[in-house]
Design a protein around this ligand. Sequence first.
Ligand code: ADP
Ligand code: MG
Length: 716
Amino acid sequence: MSRIRQQNVFAAQWTPDGAALGTTDLTVADNQVFGENVFSQAVQRQRLPKDVYKRLSQTLAKGEALDTTLADAVALAMKEWALEKGATHYAHVFQPLTGLTAEKHDSFYAPTGEGTALASFSGKELIQAEPDASSFPTGGIRATFEARGYTAWDPTSPAFILENPNGALLCIPTAFVSWTGEALDHKIPLLRSMDALSRSASRALKLFGKEVGRVFTTVGPEQEYFLIDEQYYFERPDLVTTGRTLFGAKPPKGQELDDHYFGSIPERVLACMLEAERELARLGIPIKTRHNEVAPAQYEIAPIFENSNVGSDHQQLTMQILQNVARRYGLVCLLHEKPFAGINGSGKHNNWSMGTDEGENLLDPGDTPHENLQFLFFCTAVIQAVNKHQGLLRASVASAGQDHRLGANEAPPAIISIFLGDELEKLFEAIEAGTAGQSTPESFLGLGTPVLPPLPMHGGDRNRTSPFAFTGNKFEFRALGSSMSLGLPNTVLNTIVAEAIDELASELENTLAAGGTLEDALRPIIQRSYAANKQIVFGGDGYSDDWHEEAARRGLLNLRATPDALPYLIDPRTIAAFEAYGVLNERELHARYEVFLEQYITKLNIEAETAAALARTMLLPAAVRYKAELLAAEEPGIASETGERIASFLEVIRALDSANLKENHPEDDLLEHAHYMHDVVFPAMGAVREVADRLEKEVADDLWPLPKYSEILFIK
Ligand code: ADP
Ligand code: MG
């Protein structure tokens, strides 16, 4: 394993220790800036009394609860550090099920009663706070008599300072729990799933002769986003209210010319990116790459991977910083999955792997036969897990925004499949078939090769249509939406892979008990598992009609829309796996299922109401005025054509109004309601849009009230 990669896995373990990370291939951060606003391990070591630092590290390593004296000591050091950095307030930052970040600010200063104020911050305030939880979605977890929830410090994700022109805020990453102990957020299940995977993988590694302290899951998200001029943004009530344009005709020049992708970045945009990256660096977020994306005005930013928990917190922060900094440049950052119809939407590639505390990546094929065997074992586990839980994986990325991408002729398809790359797929096929190689007497799983051929590192790039691709030393789950939290998809991945690792490890224990070499014991297990699960493996074009037919023949799920996918959150197989690994119990899963359905319904309802209002109060009047002008100009021919268009516009608007009527909504059953939104309301909105987009091309430009795609996308 290369030094840099090793260092990355290492740095990913706990808090990003500025010194360790800053030496890798960062593009912006010079070492002084990197992590300067983070209460990192390095700062802790510097500021905490030696014994306190040692006790804190030990507590963290063992995952034990903090005692109050320890918490008081840490709080004191944290407060002093934060005050020096200009902080006046602190906030417990958490991720409620909305997927957004929530924070409540409290002042450090309390009045003394003598007309002065004293800065105080105790261990208790560090460890726990009680935000008014009643305004966050809980899916019925919280009984009305106990409406409170509390946030609890997550010491494994570093505290940091968020700056504002007029002050600074100490942010403390926290988990959000009900008083009955149930998870109300995305962090708790993620942490539980990381523990589960660590247990399973450590157990399996023993069979390969390795004792490790812990196995971490790692995540490196590639975030796509749009930057547009804020003037156009504020002139589009649909963008402001829903995050996407509900109207807008395709511009004469779209993304056909492919001249934007990897093209040079416009100066204002680059300036904005540089500042965002600098801010991120100060927060200890190691940004690695940036470039233009396929669509005009679309860009991508990717950090160096970190452990799933820290990486997920950092990803939330990245979205926040991108949006904040954009405004300083007169830009608005759009994170919606599909801001513009007919133009590529935005996703988030979730690069995922497992690494030991020694810095070994378990999905790295390595270059010795022993490493190869171990790699094949873990790779088999991933294939088995993804095939068994394809519906759940699809559900973990379902949302109203995602319905425009997944299954809608855009990357990637709604059918979950795995791309292994030619070399690896051939290898698995050969193991399954038991075909021994001829060339040498030595065998690698009976293949005739002592070691695996080197696999190309960027194999995934050759197949951009796969939702789940092996890319050399990690899997890339590409179906995440650009606005999503990393929490749920990674929780799902960790949990289902933990389950599969345990299943395979049990088999391996049994076969090893019968004697023979590791290789002999492993071969039949991989053979069986691959044969049973290879239906999920597909290397062809994921967008083609052929694949849809072939996938149906294979019996793979094709869950096109959110209401089709979400029920897999409460599938018996999901409940069994999540309960067995203590990640989420049945009630917590049900809560999520309900919250996500509710969010889907609410979002579509807001869109539909906005579309109807805009059509009636902005677009229809423009068309009517145009008709009047035509009549005044004695152009009865065009006027009558416009009149016909107006009549059909009114018709579809009325149909949308009727679809929006409360009494037409099946409100008693959430799932039925979600299907209604998808099957009735969504198409009604589409029908209004279709006529509106025609009108946009017909009505005099000076009368059209909304900025057009050609302006929004090409003026940078
Ligand atoms: P691509 O070829 O997909 O454009 P890169 O090589 O730039 O991608 O990497 C994409 C992302 O994958 C980066 O965020 C990187 O940190 C991340 N990544 C690399 N190795 C791992 C790993 N072992 N675990 C998780 N993420 C990883
Ligand atoms: Mg990628």
